[in-house]
Design a protein around this ligand. Structure first.
Ligand code: FAD
Ligand code: DHB
Length: 390
């Protein structure tokens, strides 16, 4: 098989890149190790920045998003028994849209297939090779048979555990990393959300987040220990803990219902630089991970490939190399802004075990400062809705 850009991974980054390349008249093939069914039902992020919504709408993917996505103009911070709204749109003129990552993935897959795009699911043993030559090849197995995809470039969009980053020789990449002494337990529940806007809650029992997917479906998260076993969290224990952490203001209660899905996600901050080596371009979780508190993961993945799409278009259309050469440095500016914001939100809202109370006092003070200072609230808001320029 031959194509122009070989893409590893059918998450938001790989699928969006394939879609953008198609709009520029550039061919690609996407290789994905999981099934279509699996990637379309993997429950993950849910918050789209204004820039991500604009990108999806501008490229013909806005129809269902505009019908089913929920535009939010503020978020609530709940701490020390009080509630404070951050009026994001009033402060920045922009908003976020709540729309599940798997819905973005479904829309992208439908658009690629309708346009005759080649997406190969359930391929095994993907090996990008010859990346330092003008004609890289991706070897893989499909239905037990060895196959080869010859291409001009390889886009590594295969997430944190993928193979693309590992194809770069030792010593080329620099890794920056932090782990956190906690994880998130996330649930999807058939319960009408008791909120119109997301609630980020800091309590002495730990952090909790109230989010939603539709007028019938709630999405909630709890800070738990990093080695927590989901088997120790029967549904009743999850609801009891959510009540304890969220029902902290008088007269307010959450809505419960059957839990449809639950899982534990570890938290880390991770960046690899540069995001490119020879003919390999890395994007999304393959090169950077943020803790989910800032809701940035999927947005960064989309922002990376928006740059990469333009860079390949300039190369194929006009023979320009400047955008491809500048890709890593340009993308890393947004990546590091999101790294800082996600680390800051995480540090402000999570319970840190073993602390003598000093950090907890700083957290309360920081939250109170956001609640009372318009410039500080604006800083949170403009990072949360996404900065147009970084
Ligand atoms: P991915 O979505 O990970 O896509 C990579 C794709 O590559 C996958 O489909 C994978 O199956 C495929 N792949 C991997 N290895 C190979 C291989 N060897 N060969 C072929 N294909 C391969 N962000 C938030 O903002 N909020 C959240 O609540 C949140 N929850 C998350 C929960 C989990 C469990 C995880 C892992 C991430 C979560 N994130 C969250 C982060 C967000 O979902 C990611 O940032 C986003 O998915 C990044 O998109 P991506 O396309 O770069 O990577
Ligand atoms: C959701 C996830 C996040 O990480 C976040 O910060 C806000 C919302 C969600 O899944 O809805």
């Amino acid at each position: 098989m031959r194509t122009q850009v070989g893409i590893v991974g059918a998450g938001p980054a790989g699928l969006m890149l394939s879609h953008l390349l198609h709009l520029h008249g550039i061919e690609s093939v996407v290789l994905e190790c999981r099934s279509r069914e699996y990637v379309e039902h993997r429950v993950r992020a849910g918050v789209l920045e204004q820039g991500s919504v604009d990108l999806l709408c501008r490229t013909g993917l806005g129809e269902r998003l505009q019908r089913e996505g929920m535009r939010h103009e503020g978020i609530e911070l709940r701490f020390d028994g009080e509630s404070h709204r951050v009026p994001m749109t009033e402060l920045t003129g922009r908003a976020i849209t709540v729309y599940g990552q798997q819905e973005v993935v479904k829309d992208l897959i439908a658009a690629r297939l309708a346009a005759g795009g080649r997406l190969l699911f359930e391929v095994d043993d993907v090996r990008p090779e010859g990346l330092d030559t003008d004609s890289p090849v991706i070897r893989f197995r499909r239905d037990g048979r060895e196959e080869e995809l010859h291409c001009d470039f390889v886009a590594g969009c295969d997430g944190f555990h993928g193979v693309s980053r590992a194809a770069v020789p030792a010593g080329v990449l620099t890794t920056y990393e932090r782990t956190y002494p906690f994880a998130w337990l996330g649930i999807l529940a058939a319960a009408p959300p008791a909120v119109d806007e997301l609630i980020y809650a800091r309590t002495e029992r730990g952090f909790a987040l109230y989010s939603l997917r539709s007028p019938e479906i709630s999405r909630l998260y709890l800070q738990v220990a990093p080695d927590e076993d989901i088997a120790d969290w029967p549904d009743e224990r999850i609801w009891a803990e959510l009540r304890a952490r969220l029902e902290t203001v008088p007269g307010w209660s959450l809505n419960e219902g059957p839990i449809l899905e639950k899982g534990i996600t570890p938290m880390r901050s991770f960046v690899v630089e540069p995001m490119q080596w020879q003919r390999l371009y890395l994007a999304g979780d393959a090169v950077h991970i943020v803790p989910p508190t800032g809701a940035k993961g999927m947005n960064l993945a989309l922002a990376d490939v928006a740059l990469l799409g333009d860079a390949f278009a300039a190369w194929y259309g006009e023979g320009r190399t400047d955008l491809l050469e500048g890709y890593s440095a340009t993308a890393l500016r947004r990546v590091w802004r999101a790294q800082h914001f996600s680390w800051w939100m995480t540090s402000m809202l999570h319970r840190l075990d073993g602390q003598d109370g000093y950090e907890a006092k700083l957290q309360s003070s920081t939250l109170r400062y956001v609640a009372t200072s318009r410039p500080y609230a604006t800083s949170l808001a403009e990072n949360y809705v996404g900065l147009p320029e970084v």
